[in-house]
Structure formats: structure tokens, C-alpha cells
Design a protein. Structure first.
Length: 250
């Protein structure tokens, strides 16, 4: 079984990294290229960039960020936000990203998952699921749907997704731990990797997630101290989580 992955997540708006609590109260925490360099050097297995503005005016800015990040990284990175078509996915991947992530568009048009997978391979497709109250939320977590989380994860996998990025809206930014119950439930129902997201406050929280799933996203606990990522890795090793050697590509 592959070793678990530790993945810093950077929410980007208008070319800057932002952080909030439960998707609101955003504050500027730095430059995406600078932070990407810090995290790569500090032992991140991968990175995820989410364009939380995702407006037409922000498209060119985010594409520029992708190009700049690709120039400095030697680890895989995923870009999400504003992916509504195969053309959007192509723009991001051909700018240098390894994978694209999308949520609202996948739910509105599930065939998009298959279309992007057919062009770039399932390994390039990450379906993001923002979960709250057992149902999927869209539009940056603001709109609750009637779609149940677990059945949707199963369908996304069947349609060609290579990974599921599962975020608990109510845990996001709270630093009280991941939604382990939901994460374990989704992971048990599908064969593709599941990335736990939303709630990491310390190494023990991350270790708990990595004991039941394939990867964990971290944001607040590293954005406040980007140079602390190596220490987090050491703490995880001390808690019995065996990570891949720093810098080793997937």
C-alpha cells in the first residue's frame, strides 16, 4: 500500500493565498509561489491550490500563478476552482499543473469527470466534495444540495475520478480535527484514494486521518509557520505514521 501523503492546501484569490474559518473570514497569508517553495523544501508530498475567487477576471491571474509555481516545484500539484469544462482543465494542466480539482461543475455535469479523464487520464482528475450534514455543498460551500456524500463519491469514482478531495465544511479552519467518521465511510466504499480535508490543528489530528485514509490536507497549522512543516513531519513519524522521503514524487 502506498505511503500516506501530507499535502499543504493554499486557497488563492486574486494572486494571494487566503485562509478563513468554515470558508468565511478570509485573511491574506502570503504569496503562493513563495509559500509553494517553502512547502516543497519543507517536505510536502504534494500541494493543492484552490482558486476561491474563480471569476472570469481572476482566470488570467490564476493561470499566471500556475505557470510560476510549475517553474519552482519538483513535486506534484493540483489546481481547483473555476474548472467548468474540458477547456478549463486543459488551460490549467497545460500551464503546468499535474491535476485539476472541481466540485460544482462535476455535480452539475458528471460527464465532465469522464471527459477530462479520457483526455488526461484519471490520475489528473480530483473530484472535490465539500460535505456538511451528510450532503454535498457547492459554490464554495455556500449552497447545500440534496446529493448524499457517499453515493456521490462512489459515482465520481465510477465516472473516472482518480482521487476524492473530501472537505468537512463544519470542521474547516476549526483546528479541532478532521471528520474521521465521514472520511472512513467514504474511503471504505471506493477504491481510489481519498484526501481528508478540513480541521487539522496539530500532528495528532493529521495522524488520526492518515491512519484511515490516503492523504491529509493541512492549511492553518502550516500557513502560520511555513518553516514548521519539517517539524510536523517529524511529529507524525513519532506517532507511527511512515511518510515517503521528503521530495519524492508520486
Amino acid at each position: 500500500m502506498p505511503l500516506p501523503r501530507l499535502i499543504p492546501c493554499l486557497d488563492v484569490a486574486h494572486g494571494r493565498v487566503m485562509k478563513g474559518v468554515s470558508f468565511v473570514g478570509l485573511r491574506d497569508v502570503g504569496d503562493p509561489v513563495e509559500l509553494a517553495t517553502f512547502y516543497s523544501a519543507g517536505g510536502a508530498d504534494e500541494l493543492v491550490f484552490l482558486d476561491i475567487a474563480a471569476t472570469p477576471d481572476d482566470t488570467d491571474t490564476m493561470t499566471s500563478v500556475v505557470v510560476q509555481v510549475a517553474e519552482v516545484l519538483d513535486i506534484p500539484f493540483t489546481v481547483g476552482g473555476g474548472v467548468r469544462s474540458v477547456e478549463d482543465a486543459s488551460r490549467i494542466i497545460e500551464s503546468g499543473a499535474d491535476r485539476v480539482s472541481f466540485n460544482s461543475a462535476a455535480l452539475a455535469n458528471p460527464e465532465l469527470i469522464t471527459a477530462i479523464a479520457n483526455r488526461y487520464g484519471s490520475q489528473a482528475v480530483v473530484v472535490a466534495i465539500d460535505a456538511g450534514g451528510g450532503v454535498v455543498h457547492t459554490h464554495g460551500g455556500r449552497v447545500a444540495t440534496t446529493t448524499k456524500v457517499v453515493p456521490w463519491a462512489i459515482e465520481a469514482a465510477e465516472r473516472g475520478a482518480g482521487e476524492i478531495l473530501l472537505t468537512s465544511i463544519f470542521h474547516d479552519g476549526q483546528r479541532k480535527g478532521f471528520d474521521l467518521e465521514l472520511t472512513a465511510q467514504v474511503r471504505s466504499e471506493i477504491s481510489i484514494p481519498v484526501i481528508a480535508s478540513g480541521g487539522a490543528g496539530n500532528a495528532e489530528h493529521v495522524a488520526q486521518a492518515l491512519r484511515i485514509t490516503d492523504a491529509a490536507l493541512v492549511a492553518s497549522i502550516v500557513h502560520e509557520n511555513p518553516a514548521g512543516l519539517p517539524g510536523l513531519r517529524r511529529e507524525l513519524e513519532g506517532l507511527g505514521i511512515h511518510l515517503r522521503p521528503a521530495g519524492e514524487r508520486v
